[in-house]
Write a protein of this length. Structure first.
Ligand code: CP
Ligand code: NVA
Length: 302
C-alpha cells in the first residue's frame, strides 16, 4: 500500500528513526560525491499555493540528485486555480507522476488529495503542519547533540504550524517539549489533545524564560505566517516580549542550540544577535531540508 507523508503522528518512532538514518546516509553519499540515483526516471509534481524558497529548491534539487525529475506547478496556473476538484487532480496527477508534494492552506485538502492519488503525497506545509521541516530540524539536533533522547526542547512564539508539528514530534519520539506562547496564540487544541493521549511530555506557559530554562534546543518562527499578513501589526503587539533574544538564550543550557525554519524576521521573533550567534544552527537546518526530504522521497517513491 502506498504511504503518504502528511503528518508526523501518522508515522511510528521506528519509521522516523529509519528516515533519520537514511538522511545521514544520503547526506554522506552526497558529500563524498557518490551517486545515489535511487529514483532514476521518476517524477515528482510540486504544487505550490503559497510562496517558498527552501521547500521548492530542496525538493527540486533533491529529485535531481536522486536521478529523477521535479515539476514546479504554481496552483494559480493550473486548473486547480480555476476550481478543478482536488479528487480529480489527485487521480490525474498520479497517472503521470510517481509522487506529489503540495504546499497549501488546508490540511484537509492535502488529505483529500492523498485519498484520491495512487501516488504518495508529501505535505510541504499547510496552515496546520510542516512535517518535512521537523524531519530536518530533528536531524540537525541529532547531528549537533548526538541524538534527541533525554533532551528538553523549547518553542518560543506562535502556536502555529511549526509548533503543532513540534508537538507531534514530541508525541512520537518521546522528548520533553515546553511551549511559550501569548494567551490566545496557543497551538491547535486537537493536536495537543491527541499528543497528550499518546503520552506526550508537554508543558505550556506564557513566560519565554520559564520555557527556555535549562533547555537544550530553542526554536521559534515568524509571528505572522503565510496567509496572516493582515494580522501582522496586531500580532507584533501580542508577541511583544516573546523575542528569542540574548535573555532567552542565557536562560537555556550553556550549550543550547537555536533553530528557526526560516525565513526569519530579525528584530521580531528572533534577535539578529541570536540568529548570528555560534549557537545558531539555522543554516545547517536549512541544508538538512534537502537531505531529509531525499530520504522521505526515496522511502515513499523508491
Ligand atoms: N522553511 C521553509 O519551509 O522555507 P520556505 O518557505 O522558503 O520553503
Ligand atoms: N509558519 C510559517 C513557516 C514558513 C516556512 C508559515 O506558515 O508561513
Amino acid at each position: 500500500m502506498k504511504k503518504d507523508f502528511l503528518c508526523l503522528s501518522d508515522w511510528s518512532k521506528a519509521d522516523l528513526d529509519q528516515l533519520f538514518a537514511l538522511t545521514g546516509d544520503l547526506k554522506a553519499r552526497q558529500k563524498r560525491g557518490e551517486p545515489h540515483r535511487l529514483l532514476e526516471g521518476k517524477t515528482l509534481a510540486m504544487i505550490f499555493e503559497k510562496n517558498s524558497t527552501r521547500t521548492r529548491v530542496s525538493f527540486e534539487v533533491g529529485m535531481h540528485q536522486l536521478g529523477g525529475h521535479a515539476l514546479f506547478l504554481h496552483s494559480g496556473t493550473t486548473q486547480m486555480g480555476r476550481g478543478e476538484p482536488v479528487r480529480d487532480t489527485g487521480r490525474v496527477m498520479a497517472r503521470y507522476c510517481d509522487g506529489i508534494m503540495i504546499r497549501t492552506y488546508s490540511q484537509q485538502a492535502v488529505e483529500e488529495l492523498a485519498k484520491w492519488s495512487d501516488a504518495p503525497v508529501i505535505n510541504g506545509l499547510t496552515d496546520l503542519y510542516h512535517p518535512c521541516q521537523l524531519m530536518a530540524d530533528i536531524f540537525t539536533v541529532i547531528e549537533h547533540k548526538g541524538g534527541y533522547r533525554g533532551l528538553t526542547f523549547a518553542w518560543i512564539g506562535d502556536g502555529n504550524n511549526m509548533a503543532n508539528s513540534w508537538i507531534n514530534a514530541a508525541a512520537v519520539l518521546g522528548f520533553r517539549l515546553r511551549i511559550a506562547t501569548p494567551e490566545g496564540y496557543r497551538p491547535d487544541s486537537d493536536v495537543v489533545a491527541r499528543a497528550e493521549q499518546l503520552g506526550a511530555d508537554l508543558s505550556f506557559t506564557s513566560d519565554p524564560l520559564e520555557a527556555a530554562d535549562g533547555a537544550d534546543v530553542l526554536s521559534t518562527d515568524v509571528w505572522a505566517s503565510m496567509g496572516q499578513e493582515e494580522e501582522a501589526e496586531k500580532r507584533r503587539r501580542a508577541f511583544a516580549g516573546f523575542q528569542l533574544d540574548r535573555r532567552v538564550l542565557d536562560a537555556a543550557a550553556k550549550d543550547a542550540i537555536v533553530l528557526h525554519c526560516l525565513p526569519a524576521h530579525r528584530g521580531e521573533e528572533i534577535s539578529d544577535e541570536v540568529i548570528e550567534s555560534p549557537q545558531s544552527v539555522v543554516f545547517d537546518e536549512a541544508e538538512n531540508r534537502l537531505h531529509a526530504q531525499k530520504a522521505i522521497m526515496a522511502t515513499l517513491m523508491g
